[in-house]
Design a protein around this ligand. Sequence first.
Ligand code: CS2
Length: 490
Amino acid sequence: MSKQEDAGRLSARTLDSLPSSVARPAYELERTQVGIVHIGAGAFHRAHQAVYVDDLLPTHPDWAICAVSLNSHDVRDALRPQDGLYTLALLGRETQFRVIGAIRELLCARDEGASVLSRLAEPAVRLVTLTITEKGYCLAGDDLDVAHPDIAHDLAAPATPRSAIGYLVAGLRARRDSGVAPFTVLSCDNLADNGHRLRRAVLQYATRVDAALAAWIEADVAFPCSMVDSITPATDDALRERVHTALGLADAWPIQREAYTQWVIEDRFCNERPPFEQVGATLSTDIAGYDRSKLRLLNGAHSSLAYLGSLMELDSVGDAMGNLVLAGFVEGLMREHIAPAIALPRGLEPGRYIDAILDRFRNPSIRHRLSQIAWDGSQKLPVRLLSTITESMAQGRSIEALCLPIAAWMQFVRRQAQRGVALVDPMNELLQAVGQGCNGDPLHDVPAFLALGQVFGALADSPAFATALTRAYDVLGDGSPSMVSLAVAA
Ligand code: CS2
């Protein structure tokens, strides 16, 4: 980068030129020290967890973040020239801009694996956090998918891993071998029981690599669960321009999110932990119920809006909420079909929780595209909606309404496949084949989807589920906007 370009871009050198309206790190960047390695340096991490850390660094400078992307070098390449700095736009009635300094190092594991491993081995790193999305866990049902190409690679070459699981185990092994206390492993992904699931996958992998290491991990490493929440629409050019105007400097990768944020963390760490409770997180020994309530109510409603709304040719969550028929259907789904099937945590009043979620969906300052939420449906639907269906059936409740968004996903897959549009989904190839083979007859199409065992699991064998899903698929007809409107109105 030339000196001239440098002068016009956000970096440690240009921080002092920021207008007073833009908040900046309230600590000296060079006095911080990396204490957290984060795997999955995407927008959600930078908008959520890194902001809590940014609030903590003035008083606890030894908890800065080394942010690792497993495959893509885009975040590293955008932020390294900016000394890790980036802008967060908080979308409230008025947008507030804030420069975040919590990420002090950026690594891309694919090109810099050795640096990632040496960070993981450092005693000063006491916590490893993850936002690798559902697919990053390489699970098949509740177990590690040992046939997954990255896991198969790592099992054959555990010293030079590719997967997050492979990195965690290689890092823990280095610590055990040199007598360093293990780090805590904290999953921050939208999965129920995320810590338990990650622990199980790590142990299954470690057992195959080194049984003694697996026993050490089992006894000494903590994998707390957590629930994360903040709506984070993807960065677009409009945001880049707004940020440029507000800062008077270019930022290659600003991010945006709603003002609301929540982080509930199970207080079970095997090494020192950052005092996140001082900066707004909730730490509790019992967080069961928070993750399910959020995943099933907020994310379940989001995915329902995404698939039904996309078929209706709506663009954003705001547009979908402006369609009173669709909004009414999703509200009814939350109040009458999802909430009653969840064991809610003590103190969480479902009516108020749902009101607050619906208000957030209506936030006029946010343009959250349905197409973004529609990504990775094969990974999201099991945790967001199919789990509610399983429990509703066990409780003898009706599942008719809950099957409509699942049928909408199937219609969505069919439409994209038949239009020749690839899906953003790790199962794209398989889904394309199923979608292209659909002929619109529910008795033909529904069994083809139900054969996707990775998505439907044991539900695929339930005749009651197959009947309800077939009916829902039939009601959606050809999946055209008018048919879908009629279906949600019914
Ligand atoms: C959304 C989530 O993209 C999606 O699938 O449902 O990212 C959602 O915005 C967050 O989980 C809110 O905390």
